[in-house]
Write a protein that binds this ligand. Structure first.
Ligand SMILES: Cc1ncc(COP(=O)(O)O)c(C=O)c1O
Length: 390
């Protein structure tokens, strides 16, 4: 039999961050000491109260199928959260929940895109956007960052570059603030420039706000709250993974125009069906408690952020306003090696970091500062020694 595959899916590569983490985990299992700066999750446990709600719910028999796209209590909690935290008014039929922000995003791309449509991705961008867009038959168009990416007062996105990337096929732009991998947060001026751009070209704005609660330098602002006229072309993506240390629970959601949300809900109904009921109950509780539930953990992360910045004083990196990443610019000290090579060498040296290639920007290394302070400082010393050796 001639073996034919979907050319769309055969073209995808595995998530490089997950691959790197598996490699680091293998080395740890073989007894090697690894400073793991490659993780994409907080090192805090899920708050005990959230765990207790899930256990209770299981005991009460919440073990059956639930509503596709999320039950009413969960969507009520999300609508209340969007009002409280983001000054955004969405009715519950404009909200759809799924198995993590990752799955919801995938379904949003499937709902919006046709073959050959183009989606703008200001780099650096999160690893899965490009492959999800390709799997939907569309084309990710990377827009390189401006030279000012590492300037604390400079712009994080190359707006002139965005303009020149527009074609008749452009359908959407994905923005992500606080940003993975660079940590930047878009300020009001940048959000307003993006809004004007989307308005002018009549394209979708898909705003991934999953690191919202890690907003150290200024309060997180959703573009739609500043520019409510964009409501019919704006889709918000969020989830509980990062803000509530619930990565393994797999709860994400989208809010946007009802016709798109109906399509996403249909996709949910034909794929994962529903979020498990006991997880819905726990997520509803967490959302209703809000930021306060994680305040001490967020404070700890901010302290680690400052320690990391201090330890890396003298190096260049993107402005680390939020999330839990430092995006280190090693172009001047790479001595001809790619960052793929540098990260492989660093792993042999006992340090896992993610090369910028994974995020569309070679020459940078992503460092997650979600390690305990002693481990963090020791690992950073190891990175510095490695990078500065003659
Ligand atoms: C920017 C960004 N968006 C979305 C996700 C996916 O989150 P979830 O765990 O909800 O699928 C991640 C996870 O790493 C992320 O970094």
């Amino acid at each position: 039999m001639e073996r034919l595959f979907s050319s769309r899916i055969a073209a995808l590569s595995p998530s490089p961050t997950l691959a790197l983490n598996s490699k680091a985990a293998e080395l740890v299992a073989s007894g090697k000491k690894i400073f793991n700066f490659a993780v994409g999750e907080p090192d805090f446990p899920t708050p005990q109260a959230v765990v207790d709600i899930a256990i209770d719910s299981l005991r009460r028999g919440r073990t059956r199928y639930g509503a596709s796209g999320g039950g009413k209590p969960l969507r009520d909690a999300i609508a209340a959260k969007l009002r409280r935290d983001n000054n955004l008014d969405f009715s519950i039929d404009e909200i759809v929940c799924g198995i993590g922000a990752k799955e919801i995003l995938f379904h949003v791309f499937l709902a919006l895109l046709n073959d050959g449509d183009e989606v703008l991705l200001p780099a650096p961008y999160w690893v899965s956007y490009g492959d999800q867009i390709r799997a939907a038959g569309a084309v990710p168009v990377t827009v390189a960052p401006p030279a000012s990416l590492t300037d604390p007062n400079g712009e994080a996105i190359d707006f002139a570059g965005l303009e020149s990337a527009i074609t008749p096929h452009t359908r959407a732009i994905v923005i992500n603030s606080p940003n993975n991998p660079s940590g930047y947060m878009l300020d009001h001026a940048e959000l307003t420039t993006l809004a004007a751009f989307a308005r002018k070209h009549k394209i979708w704005v898909i705003a991934d706000e999953i690191y919202e609660y890690m907003d150290f330098e200024r309060p997180h602002t959703s573009l739609l709250s500043l520019h409510p006229d964009l409501r019919s072309q704006f889709i918000l993506i969020n989830g509980l993974s990062k803000g509530f240390a619930m990565t393994g629970w797999r709860v994400g959601y989208a809010a946007g125009p009802k016709d798109v949300m109906d399509m996403v809900r249909n996709l949910e109904s034909h794929s994962s069906t529903c979020i498990p009921g006991f997880i819905e109950d726990a997520a509803t509780y967490a959302l209703n408690e809000g930021r306060a539930l994680m305040a001490p953990a967020i404070k700890t992360l901010d302290r680690r952020r400052k320690l990391t910045m201090m330890a890396l004083d003298g190096f260049k990196f993107a402005r680390p306003d939020g999330a839990f990443y430092i995006f280190l610019d090693v172009r001047d000290i790479s001595r001809g090696r790619s960052t793929l090579e540098i990260s492989a060498q660093l792993l042999n040296d006992g340090v896992a970091v993610v090369p910028g290639e994974a995020f569309g920007v070679p020459g940078f290394l992503r460092i997650s500062y979600t390690l305990g302070e002693q481990e963090l400082l020791a690992g950073l010393e190891r990175i510095k020694t490695f990078l500065l050796q003659p």
